[in-house]
Design a protein around this ligand. Structure first.
Ligand code: SF4
Ligand code: SF4
Length: 135
């Protein structure tokens, strides 16, 4: 995937809504990323997690954002450890880049093969894994 154009771009930030589904391995990757981060970064991530995640879209419409979405910067606090669905944003046919910045998305047959494999793993929200990783 051509990720260079995405680096530092927050043009699709509204897609970071609450409820992202991950595998247990991905959840572990996020937790490990935080666990080994420098203290200042762990504190910064904790601040992000404590933010009010509600974004007002106007006309009485609000959206609750992902726990790792930084309301201030519009970025992801765990970007290097983000799960697959976040990595695919903008790079597959069914999650197109909203600003047409990604010019070479992953060919759909390849992306579908990836999703068929990925779908064999149990997926839950961050909150569900945190609540009971053994269930
Ligand atoms: S998918 Fe598009 S909007 Fe999202 S980060 Fe990449 S270039 Fe930016
Ligand atoms: S993990 Fe990061 S990239 Fe994925 S939805 Fe949450 S804030 Fe967005």
């Amino acid at each position: 995937m051509e990720l260079a154009g995405c680096d530092g771009c927050t043009g699709c930030h509204l897609r970071c809504a609450d409820g992202v589904q991950t595998t247990l391995t991905e959840w572990d990757a996020v937790r490990n990323y935080i666990a080994v981060a420098p203290e200042s970064q762990r504190v910064a991530i904790a601040v992000v997690e404590s933010q009010d995640k509600t974004i007002d879209l106007g006309d009485d419409v609000t959206v609750k954002m992902c726990r790792y979405f930084d309301i201030q910067t519009r970025g992801c606090a765990v970007y290097p450890a983000r799960p697959l669905i976040c990595r695919l944003m903008g790079h597959v046919e069914w999650l197109p880049c909203p600003i047409d910045k990604v010019t070479h998305p992953v060919p759909t047959p390849l992306a579908l093969d990836l999703m068929r494999t990925y779908s064999k793993f149990e997926r839950r929200t961050f909150a569900a894994w945190e609540q009971d990783p053994e269930a």
